[in-house]
Write a protein that binds this ligand. Structure first.
Ligand SMILES: C[S@@+](CC[C@H](N)C(=O)[O-])C[C@H]1O[C@@H](n2cnc3c(N)ncnc32)[C@H](O)[C@@H]1O
Length: 224
């Protein structure tokens, strides 16, 4: 059952401009992504990059005018990054954390004005401190949370919500018909989940979820 807050996105619009440089680049990126998935399906978590409509549905959650940086976790080849820029997030306010070096290289070439950190989201706090980023308004994640161990998932979520202010939030997509963050982790960190979009023409179809934290337990902060 869809909540009234969930938008269902499905369009079949295609540009009729033929094959352009951009689409060649897109095909190359899809092939690189697929090769990486073949080498390590658990780490990559998807056969192809997210589609434009999924990126747009993720980016729609962010207010470009609000102060602070947007942190994207698991940038891949930049599908969601591109949607965040189209949404109006200033390049200097966008920071991408990607663990796979070859994908970091693609991201840096494709988005020379964005800060791409080649690192592990599990060390987010330290990565942001080293980069001198202290004000974060939202975290947008393409991480394959469902393929992670519970310990790693919990560590990453804790890092994320320690980096966010109380009104901050995390946007995550998933291919499965249930919330992407494990129930025990969400309860333990006092996270409230809302599904905001269901993107039917993504491959595979995906849902967008927004996580916000309830009142912070000071004991949890100290564990980080
Ligand atoms: C499902 S892909 C999403 C890529 C892109 N955001 C998209 O939507 O097309 C997941 C990405 O997360 C990256 N990743 C996985 N674990 C990571 C971690 N612990 N820290 C940073 N990036 C990670 C992978 O290398 C991969 O690029």
């Amino acid at each position: 059952m869809l909540s009234s807050q969930t938008r269902v996105v499905s369009t079949s619009h295609r540009s009729g401009q033929g094959i352009t440089n951009e689409s060649h680049q897109c095909v190359r990126n899809h092939l690189r992504f697929f090769n990486l998935w073949l080498q390590n399906p658990t780490n990559i978590g998807a056969v192809v990059p997210s589609g434009k409509n999924l990126g747009a549905a993720m980016a729609a959650e962010i207010d470009p005018a609000a102060p602070g940086a947007v942190i994207e976790l698991g940038g891949g080849t930049g599908s969601i990054t591109s949607a965040l820029l189209l949404r109006g997030i200033a390049p200097q306010d966008l920071v991408v954390v990607e663990r796979e070096p070859s994908l970091c290289k693609i991201m840096r070439t494709r988005f020379p004005h964005i800060h791409v950190i080649c690192g592990d989201a599990r060390e987010l706090g330290q990565l942001l401190a080293v980069a001198g980023i202290s004000q974060v308004k939202a975290i947008v994640s393409g991480l394959p949370l469902l393929s992670l161990s519970k310990d790693v998932e919990r560590d990453i979520l804790l890092q994320c919500f320690n980096a966010l202010p109380p009104e901050g939030f995390m946007v995550q997509f998933t291919y499965v018909p249930r919330p992407p963050v494990g129930r025990s982790i969400a309860v333990g960190l006092n996270l409230k989940a809302t599904r905001t979009a269901w993107v039917l023409d993504n491959f595979p179809p995906a849902s967008v979820w927004v996580y916000r934290r309830g009142a912070v337990d000071p004991a949890l902060k100290q564990i980080a």
